[in-house]
Write a protein that binds this ligand. Structure first.
Ligand SMILES: Cc1cc2nc3c(=O)[nH]c(=O)nc-3n(C[C@H](O)[C@H](O)[C@H](O)COP(=O)(O)O)c2cc1C
Length: 480
């Protein structure tokens, strides 16, 4: 693996080392020198909004494992991951993982599908998560545990039938992204989108029956919902004006709230975006050549973050009117600018070496969330992309929540290798440094090579599985 040439966070052992490193990067990332245990820690404070009460400020972000059955049912691996979510000690579980609302919307043939034949299995999965939380934290612990299910259609990234056969359903003809797909890219018709709205509402009804507290109507990472928000060039009822570009989101939210008034609706969205990147000289990421005139993104960041967030502010104003209170911010896409979405030292097999110190990517998402929280103080915000902070995650998280820059700190990759990090932090235990995510990206490289996701470097369970050998071989083949 090539050395990306950035200072390793693991080498920054003292607060002053971390502070000096931040100042070298010109970053003013908020952090407390000492991470406090409960009950003093801001991370230990409960939060109640819109009838949901979460007992602390740690949130598990949605993470798929590419380990369901071809029918979209969970496997033992899926259950293991969900049990870990429950054991983490986090009191908010945002979405668990993306579940497709119908077969053609699956991002891979192993993605969960929520429909009439699978919802009971997904209900049992939720029960397993809650049971593992209760086993660990006591009988009453479920009272302030909030669990949602993320609903999705993968749009241009759909591969429902074979992992190496894209079957895209795009929101519009994209000048830079269409050519990354092997064949013609089909654009969804207005009628198809109308039907898909009903599929989301139907899936939400099943999620409610399965016991979830809320559903997340996914609008991030380049999938269909997110792509529609940027459909300026699309003709018809779902393109052009803001009203049209948000018709899909609006109709789904209105449909769910009308049909399932007891179910809360959350939205995870890419608050800002960058142009698509590709591998440049020496393997480092560079913007696509033709990206200079590129404007067709939702929240395109070209310099000023406040300007980039204008799209998000407009959308949040609408969502607030609709009655949505719970939001989860992310950014960009794992497909066309992974360094923005999940900052990592080592790229996944379809990525590129980081074009910047990954801490810049972390700081960007923290900054964007803080600005949106300041503009919409009555909404609840979960922030993302904290895993790269590694040893310093608790210190930054504490300050972010303490200063009201976000309501919850969302954890993604860190939960795959070190699920109990929230519990350790709140109990005042020292972090187990051997289990801290060092962002090797194997959790992304594995599924890119048709293998289940998991932490192969640090989780002995995955390291001992036959897929670990296959992953090694796939990485070696790539190195040539
Ligand atoms: C293996 C893997 C699977 C993921 N699956 C989803 C998903 O299903 N839905 C989603 O919104 N984000 C997904 N993400 C993105 C994470 O939720 C999160 O935004 C990202 O990893 C950055 O947070 P982190 O720095 O804590 O890892 C996934 C990330 C990883 C690594």
């Amino acid at each position: 693996m090539a050395d990306p040439g950035f200072t390793r966070i693991a080498s920054l052992r003292r607060a002053e080392d971390f502070r000096r490193h931040l100042s070298r990067l010109g970053l003013s990332l908020p952090f407390d020198e000492v991470a406090l245990p409960a009950p003093a820690s801001p991370l230990a404070q409960p939060l109640e909004a819109d009838g949901l009460r979460a007992g602390n400020r740690f949130c598990v972000l949605p993470m798929e494992g590419w380990d369901g059955t071809p029918q979209g049912l969970p496997s033992e691996l899926t259950e293991r991951r969900w049990r870990h979510f429950g054991a983490s000690g986090a009191k908010l579980v945002w979405g668990c993982e993306a579940a497709a609302v119908r077969h053609d919307g699956r991002a891979n043939p192993r993605q969960l599908l929520i429909d009439a034949s699978s919802w009971e299995a997904i209900a049992r999965l939720r029960e397993a998560l809650v049971a593992s939380h209760v086993e660990r934290y006591g009988r009453d612990a479920a009272d302030d545990l909030v669990v949602g299910l993320q609903l999705t259609h993968s749009g241009r990234y759909a591969r429902p039938n074979a992992w190496d056969r894209p079957e895209p359903l795009a929101a519009w003809t994209h000048p830079l992204l269409d050519r990354r797909l092997p064949g013609p890219v089909r654009v969804a018709t207005d009628d198809e989108l109308d039907r898909l709205v009903s599929d989301f509402v139907c899936a939400a009804r099943l999620a409610r029956r399965a016991g979830f507290d809320f559903v997340d109507v996914k609008h991030c990472h380049g999938y269909l919902g997110h792509e529609l928000l940027a459909a300026h060039e699309r003709e018809g009822r779902y393109g052009g004006s803001f009203e049209n570009r948000t018709r899909f989101l609006r109709s789904i939210v209105e449909g769910i709230l009308a049909e399932e008034p007891g179910l809360r609706v959350g939205v995870r969205f890419s608050a800002f975006d960058l142009v698509p990147f590709r591998k440049g000289e020496g393997g480092r990421g560079v913007p696509e050549r033709e990206a200079a005139g590129y404007t067709q993104a939702f929240g395109l960041l070209t310099g000023d973050m406040d300007e980039a967030l204008a799209d998000s502010r407009e959308m949040l104003t609408l969502l607030r009117q609709l009655g949505v209170r719970w939001l989860c911010t992310s950014a960009g896409s794992p497909y066309y600018n992974p360094h923005v979405q999940r900052p990592a030292l080592f790229p996944p097999s379809d990525g590129y070496l980081p074009p910047e110190d990954p801490l810049l990517g972390v700081a960007r998402q923290i900054d964007a969330t803080a600005r949106l929280k300041a503009a919409f103080p009555d909404l609840v915000f979960v922030g993302s992309a904290y895993s790269y902070l590694q040893d310093w995650l608790p210190n930054v998280a504490q300050r972010v929540v303490g200063d009201g820059l976000a309501d919850f700190v969302g954890l993604g990759r860190m939960v795959l290798c070190y699920p109990e990090l929230p519990a350790d932090v709140l109990a005042g235990r020292a972090l187990d440094r051997r289990r801290i995510c060092r962002t090797f990206s194997d959790c992304t490289t594995a599924p890119r090579n048709a293998l289940p996701s998991g932490c192969y470097p640090l989780d002995a369970f995955y390291a001992g599985r036959p897929e670990a050998g296959a992953l090694k071989a796939a990485k070696a083949a790539l190195r040539g």
